[in-house]
Design a binder for this molecule. Structure first.
Ligand SMILES: Cc1ncc(COP(=O)(O)O)c(C=O)c1O
Length: 349
C-alpha cells in the first residue's frame, strides 16, 4: 500500500513524540499556566519576529479557523474567502456557529487564489451601513489553498491592503502554512504580519503533530477576545503543556520547515515521475506549489491503480487527489509513479 490520501493519515514526527515524552516528567500547572506554554509564547515571537504576538493552542484546524475568525468579526459580519476555501466548503459552518451567525462569502480567482480586482469589486458592491446586508469584516486567505497553490508575500500584502482600505482584517488559514513557507523560501513574518495578516491559524497536525494546532494573533484586540473565546469553546485544555510542547518543538530549529520541505520534495518527485504520462492525456488539473496534486487520468487507470494498492482520494470518475507528507519516502514515490504509469499504459492499450 502506498499512502497518498492525505497528510492527515501520517503519524507523529519522532521529534514531536519526544517532546511529549519530555513534557511528561513531573507535574505542571494546568490550563496553560505551565512553563512549556510560556516557552511556546517566546518561540512563536522569535520565529515570527513579532515581539507581541500571542499564541493559543487548540486541537483542530477547524477550531483554529472558527475561533480566530469569530474573534475578528462581529456577528453581523461577513468573512470573504475564496469559493474553494476549507472554511466555506468543509467545516460544517463552524465559523458561523462560533461567529454568532457571521456568514462566509466566496470570491473567485484562478488557481484557488483570490484575485485582487475581484476582491475590490466584491467590496465595492457592498451596501455599507445597510443592516439588511452582512457587512464584510474579515478577509480569510487559505495558504496554501485547498488545491495546493500558494500566495506569495506580495500577493498577501496586496489583498490585505485592499481589505484594510474597506476596514477588514486579514486571517490566514495556515493548516499547511509550513509547506507554503518552505516552498516560497520566505520568512514566516514576511508571509504573515509583515504582509498585513492580523491572525493566523497555524497548522501542525498535518505536518507531524498529534492533534495540536495554534492560533497566532498579531493584533492584541483579537488576542484579548481569544482569551475568553478559546475557553468558552473548550479549547483551554487542562494539560495544555502537552500541546504547547508539541507546537514549540515543531517550531524549534526549523523542524516544521524540514518536515514540510520533505513532503514538498516528495510531491515534486512524484510530479516528475508522472511526466512521461502526458502523451496519454494524463495532466495536472492545477499548479503544484506544495504537497498536493490533482491529476486527471483515464477512469480505468484509476481503478487499476487503486487495485494495485495506491491509496488516494478520487475526486471524480477521472481525477484523483495525491498528497505527500513528512512520512512519505522516496521509495513510496518511485513505486506510486510506477503503479500509475503501469495503470495508465494498461488502460490505454
Ligand atoms: C486548508 C485546511 N484548513 C483547515 C482544515 C481543518 O483542519 P481539521 O481537520 O484539523 O479541523 C483542513 C483540513 O483538512 C484544511 O485542509
Amino acid at each position: 500500500m502506498i499512502e497518498l490520501r492525505s497528510d492527515n493519515t501520517a503519524g507523529v514526527a519522532p521529534e514531536i513524540l519526544a517532546a511529549v515524552q519530555a513534557a511528561n516528567a513531573g507535574s505542571a500547572l494546568a490550563y496553560g499556566g505551565d512553563d512549556l506554554t510560556a516557552r511556546l509564547q517566546e518561540v512563536v515571537r522569535t520565529v515570527f519576529e513579532h515581539p507581541t504576538a500571542r499564541v493559543f493552542p487548540v486541537t483542530s484546524g477547524t477550531a483554529a479557523n472558527a475561533l480566530a475568525l469569530s474573534a475578528a468579526t462581529p456577528p453581523w459580519g461577513a468573512v470573504l474567502c475564496h469559493r474553494s476555501a476549507h472554511i466555506i466548503t468543509a467545516e460544517g459552518g463552524a465559523t458561523s456557529l462560533f461567529g454568532g451567525g457571521a456568514v462566509m462569502q466566496g470570491v473567485d480567482g484562478a488557481h484557488a487564489l483570490i484575485e485582487p480586482e475581484l476582491l475590490r469589486a466584491a467590496l465595492e458592491s457592498v451596501r455599507w451601513g445597510d443592516p439588511h446586508e452582512s457587512q464584510p469584516s474579515v478577509l480569510s486567505l487559505t495558504l496554501p489553498s485547498d488545491l495546493g497553490t500558494a500566495y506569495r508575500p506580495d500577493q498577501v500584502a496586496e489583498l490585505s491592503a485592499t481589505a484594510r482600505e474597506f476596514g477588514l482584517r486579514t486571517h490566514v488559514d495556515g493548516a499547511r502554512v509550513a509547506n507554503a513557507v518552505a516552498a516560497l523560501g520566505c520568512s514566516p513574518a514576511d508571509l504573515t504580519w509583515r504582509a498585513g495578516v492580523d491572525v493566523l491559524s497555524l497548522g501542525a497536525t498535518k505536518n507531524g503533530a498529534l492533534s495540536a494546532e495554534a492560533i497566532v494573533a498579531f493584533d492584541d484586540r483579537i488576542a484579548d477576545e481569544l482569551v475568553y473565546r478559546t475557553k468558552r469553546a473548550g479549547h483551554v485544555t487542562s494539560k495544555m503543556r502537552f500541546q504547547s510542547a508539541q507546537v514549540a518543538a515543531y517550531l524549534t530549529d526549523g523542524l516544521w520547515l524540514r518536515l514540510a520541505a520533505h513532503a514538498n520534495m516528495r510531491m515534486a518527485e512524484l510530479v516528475a515521475g508522472l511526466q512521461p504520462l502526458a502523451s496519454y492525456g494524463v495532466r495536472l488539473q492545477e499548479r503544484v506549489d506544495v504537497n498536493l496534486a490533482f491529476v486527471e487520468l483515464p477512469e480505468r487507470a484509476i481503478e487499476a491503480a487503486l487495485e494495485a494498492g495506491l491509496l488516494c482520494y478520487r475526486m471524480s470518475p477521472t481525477s484523483v487527489r495525491l498528497v505527500t507528507s513528512w512520512q512519505t519516502t522516496p521509495e513510496d514515490v518511485v513505486v506510486a509513479a510506477a503503479v500509475l504509469r503501469e495503470a495508465v499504459s494498461a488502460a490505454t492499450r
